[in-house]
Design a protein around this ligand. Structure first.
Ligand SMILES: Nc1ncnc2c1ncn2[C@@H]1O[C@H](COP(=O)(O)OP(=O)(O)OP(=O)(O)O)[C@@H](O)[C@H]1O
Ligand SMILES: [Mg+2]
Length: 325
């Protein structure tokens, strides 16, 4: 249903003086992903690795610097104006902070009526009731404003608004990160339930591998703008090949569920994405790094049809049994 080919996004960063060369921040690079209908791809990685940028590119909230995006075989990376608006109903974003993405001056009723009206869909009270019921909200909230709702209720409203236009693909960017753990579980179950009931495809972004593991069919592990490993979720947990994925897995028990950033689990800071050095992106923090990694660019190695790893040493490391997986 969704195919990304060599997708990339750069930002130009201000230089300190006119004599300095322009700085290129590579937020997302060489992204190749295929998402099947009715399945969920989990996107996981440290803060700043480019997850949200990738989400915004897919939603066409941002222009890609290079690469292509296909939805049901149709190229959408270069759509503009009315054709972009028409295709937008097929994919809808859900954000981490529903407070920030909901209009504080609109009641629940108006929040849901607006997208229905904009997309020429029936927008009577019945439709709005149905939407509220779908996300587990009672109709007593209809007249309330976002600030009169709890965090969980706001996230349910964000989801209802995304569902209003009947999308085929939901791009959820850290939708449970700002919620209490008990509420997180409820919202994750709601996502699972809706995906099954409405046959949705989903890209679920989180910095927490365990959250992603609960509902993703496949997991893509990102590091510094690139995908390091892509595999079915159970493969990622039981048979990870990339040293970075393994580091994330090793660190899991040290993190409280759903809390904290992954920034501190690996030695050293995530390197700057500004003018990245050639070679493997993970070089500076990889305990297995060798000089061949400096020549590695972006070759992806297939472990099997569904399992891809971006590490030029994976085979050698596997043979040396240095891996713990
Ligand atoms: N509009 C922008 N202008 C310049 N740089 C940007 C912009 N948006 C994002 N970036 C940079 O792109 C990189 C990726 O950012 P992004 O927000 O996609 O990461 P993320 O993985 O979503 O992080 P987090 O987990 O903290 O949400 C970061 O280095 C960020 O500073
Ligand atoms: Mg983000």
């Amino acid at each position: 249903m969704l195919e990304l080919k060599n997708l990339g996004k750069d930002y130009t960063i201000k230089r300190n003086s006119v004599f300095q060369p322009k700085n290129r921040l590579v937020a997302v690079d060489h992204i190749n992903i295929r998402l099947k209908k009715n399945s969920t791809l989990g996107l996981v990685g440290e803060s700043g690795c480019g997850k949200s940028t990738l989400g915004r590119l897919i939603c066409r909230l941002e222009e890609p610097s290079r690469g292509e995006i296909y939805l049901d075989g149709q190229a959408i990376h270069n759509l503009k104006g009315t054709s972009l608006r028409r295709i937008r109903r097929k994919f809808q974003p859900v954000f981490q902070d529903p407070y920030g993405s909901l209009n504080p001056r609109l009641t629940v009723y108006r929040t849901l009526e607006e997208p229905l009206r904009l997309h020429d869909k029936p927008n009577n009270k019945n439709e709005i009731n149905n939407l509220l019921e779908m996300v587990g909200l009672g109709n007593e909230v209809m007249g309330r404003y976002p600030h009169q709702l709890s965090g969980g209720q706001r996230q349910r409203l964000g989801l209802a608004r995304a569902l209003a236009v009947g999308p085929e693909l939901i791009i959820a960017d850290e939708p449970v990160s700002s919620l209490d753990v008990s509420i997180q579980a409820q919202i994750l179950n709601l996502f699972l339930d809706l995906q099954e009931r409405l046959h949705l495809s989903m890209i679920f972004i989180s910095h927490d591998l365990r959250v992603v593991g609960q509902l993703a069919d496949e997991v893509a592990v990102m590091y510094l703008g690139r995908i390091m490993e892509l595999a079915p979720a159970n493969e990622i947990f039981s048979n990870a090949k990339h040293p970075y994925t393994q580091a994330l897995l090793e660190a899991l028990p040290k993190l409280k569920p759903g809390r904290g950033r992954l920034r501190s689990i690996l030695k050293g800071e995530l390197p700057s994405p500004v003018n990245p050095a050639p070679g493997c992106r993970f070089y500076s923090r990889c305990k297995y790094a060798g000089k061949e990694c400096l020549d590695y660019e972006n070759e992806l190695f297939s472990i099997d049809v569904k399992h891809i790893v971006a590490c030029c040493k994976w085979h050698q490391l596997q043979q040396n049994r240095k891996y713990i997986c």
